[in-house]
Design a protein around this ligand. Sequence first.
Ligand SMILES: *Cc1c(COP(=O)(O)O)cnc(C)c1O
Length: 420
Amino acid sequence: MNMETSKKLFDRARVLLPGGVSSPVRAIKPYPFYTKFAKGSKIYDVDGNEHIDYCMAYGPLILGHAHPATKMAIVNQLDDGWLYGTPVEREIILAKRITEYYPSIDMVRFVNTGTEATMGAIRAARGFTGKNKIIKIEGGFHGAHDAVLVKAGSGAATTGVPDSLGIPADFTKHTLQVPFNDIDAMADVMDVYDDIAAVIMEPVMGNVGPILPEKGYLQEVRTLTKKNDIVLIFDEVITGFRLSMGGAQEHYGVMPDMTTLGKVVGGGLPIGVIGGKKDIMEHISPAGEIYQAGTFNGNPLSLTVGLVTMDILEQNNVHREINRTGDLLRAQLKEVIADLHLDYSVAGIGSMFKVFFGAEVRNYQDALRCDKIGYLGFFHRMLKSGIFLPPSQFETNFISYAHTPDDIQKTIEAYRKNLK
Ligand SMILES: *Cc1c(COP(=O)(O)O)cnc(C)c1O
């Protein structure tokens, strides 16, 4: 596979951008491919290679690349301008629709990224409860701000240590971590600390590869948080509008107090949503004294694309289709792994999937035991076979509405060849 132009671009980028990229996961070794354009399920690089894309920009592109109706909505909006700094009717319409799909949400604040959404939700939970600490799940990802960039310390009820330089330990001491699918660990932490404002968690973990909650776990978290007057925040930045219109909370039938959305809800344009019950949300400024603001909040372009995406998801019953494709793909991948007698596991739900290079994964520690180096070699072999997977054992693969049966067939064949 010729990648000469990409290599040259990366050499130029390296002196201008730290690590040569604008976000760390893109720094594929020895160098990433540079994209020229993308359409449907395919992404095309500057050297003329075509790849079937399962990265899908890490989640937002549920309809595939450059969906025509979405594009028209963007073009039409451009004629009217793209940023006003004033309210627009569409923010009411989108807010209303979100509250209809998510019965746990009474009110929303539109922001621009998932990072801002979780930052705002945590602040709201702290402001509302008057408490300081939060519990997060080990390996859970909630964006790149101080409170959630935390490694577990040692010991059972662990206080967080910073996962990045530049974050004072004084900040992260308020972030406690527990393993996923372990309700006893969470109960223990709540027994030890009485200053806990919130539990923030991905109901289906998406950023260590997909890890599903075990039967009853989310319900137990709900019961425990309610009993201890702790705000339960579901970070549905990946799962919202991805597993179903109503996200993981609809799928599992567990209602949080607050929800963060992003990715799919903007249909490929930048967006984040802080959602929650009225009694919490009405403390957000200017209604209350929990401060939140942003120049690009509720910008007309992102709102428009979000609304169009929802229309298409509904009208075409997209979730039924892509979830069925996911079931089929996972079943076939399991067969491949059994045929090859590999000690690997196939994980996922709906349109999210992943082959773990290790036995079944139920939390972050299990995921860490997978063969990361082996996965990286596999990633490159798949790329040569025309399949673009996320370049890490810990990222989820996404199926879009644009993926065809032919794509899926080619994908299975490539897995078989390259796993061998
Ligand atoms: C991607 C992601 C975020 C951060 O969203 P950005 O838009 O990248 O800031 C937060 N939470 C989860 C679960 C995510 O997957």
